[in-house]
Design a protein around this ligand. Structure first.
Ligand code: GDP
Length: 322
């Protein structure tokens, strides 16, 4: 049994941090240890909430206020980020110390930034595994934050139980800016900044999105009225309790109907396949494989081997390794 396991399941945050560092490592010996640790984790009840929104919409303000509210209800909250774009700048969207200061100091909360120098696939695996570690450490709610760029939303939607889209108040024209695919993934659309001068615009935006959501086909795993659009203010806290009520109602309904468990089972199946794919790709990255690839590539470029023939030889060679 791994020595991190016991402190991890008793809620030691340092053990959790170290375990996440372990699963982020690509060193083969670390990976073997991580795989063994993950296999030993106990299953605990939790709610995985994905949260997406463009920069500036108020994600960190929302997580700070919403997360704090949950901890006040006695829930332990973990926050993870999926931000492949941050790897380009070498930074991390949650690495900025000014974000979520209160929550970061809260003993009931755990915040982990995106690791730098990771690819999208690597970030996905790391996040899936970090979710499991947080749950084993006793976190009741795991918030998975992503900026609204590229594939990261789909990725997050595929690893959570509920997907929440945070939007800013805007005129009707800007409604078009949200891609249909993203709207279809959302269980709840929260129009943030519904306060002060923006209140009226926010309410109109909610009505616009509620209308747009009604035009989308209702999913069989959803009760009447979902997906929903609601106004919130992360700054004043207005609407946050109501949003949490809606999330719990939807999660509860899905649990009762069996959709919650079947969704997780299907996700686990997809994660397994993704891990196999990643593992296969990693095999191409060893020094021996690169040599072999270069060598066969030379033969193809030189005209002595057909591409298909060389590819076949390469795959044969890979299958014979270890
Ligand atoms: P993020 O980039 O999505 O994490 O957005 P931030 O949480 O950093 O917020 C961006 C800006 O919007 C900041 O200036 C916040 O103070 C402001 N903001 C966030 N939430 C609200 C809100 O509910 N109401 C108002 N009026 N401003 C907000």
């Amino acid at each position: 049994m791994d020595k991190l396991l016991e402190p991890l399941v008793t809620g030691d945050r340092r053990a959790l941090s170290r375990a996440i560092t372990l699963i982020e490592s690509t060193r083969p010996d670390h990976r073997a240890r991580a795989v063994a640790l993950l296999a030993d984790l106990p299953d605990r009840q939790s709610l995985r909430i994905g949260l997406s929104g463009t920069p500036g919409v108020g994600k960190s303000t929302f997580i700070e206020a919403f997360g704090t509210m949950l901890t006040e209800q006695g829930l332990r909250v973990a926050v993870l980020a999926v931000d492949p774009s941050s790897t380009r700048s070498g930074g991390s969207i949650l690495g900025d110390k000014t974000r979520m200061e209160t929550l970061a100091r809260n003993p009931m909360a755990f915040i982990r930034p995106t690791p730098s120098n990771a690819q999208l696939g690597g970030v996905a695996r790391r996040t899936r595994e970090a979710i499991r570690l947080c749950e084993a450490a006793g976190y009741d709610v795991v918030l998975i934050e992503t900026v609204g760029v590229g594939q990261s939303e789909t990725l997050v939607a595929e690893m959570c139980d509920l997907f929440v889209l945070l939007l800013a108040p805007a005129g009707g024209d800007e409604l078009q800016g949200v891609k249909r695919g993203i709207m279809e993934m959302a269980d709840l659309i929260l129009v943030n900044k519904a306060d002060g001068e923006l209140l009226g615009t926010a309410r109109r935006t909610v009505a616009d999105y509620a209308g747009a959501l009604r035009l989308l086909r209702r999913r069989p795993q959803d009760p009447q009225g979902f997906p929903k659009a609601l106004p919130v203010s992360a700054a004043t806290g207005d609407g946050l309790a109501g949003a949490w009520d809606q999330m719990q109602a939807l999660a509860g309904w899905r649990r009762d109907q069996g959709h919650f468990a079947s969704n997780r089972a299907e996700q686990a199946r997809q994660w397994f396949v993704a891990d196999v794919r990643e593992g296969l790709l990693a095999r191409l990255e060893t020094a021996a494989a690169r040599d072999r690839l270069a060598c066969l590539g030379d033969a193809v470029a030189g005209g002595s081997k057909a591409p298909a023939d060389a590819a076949h030889a390469m795959l044969d060679w890979l299958a014979r390794q270890e």
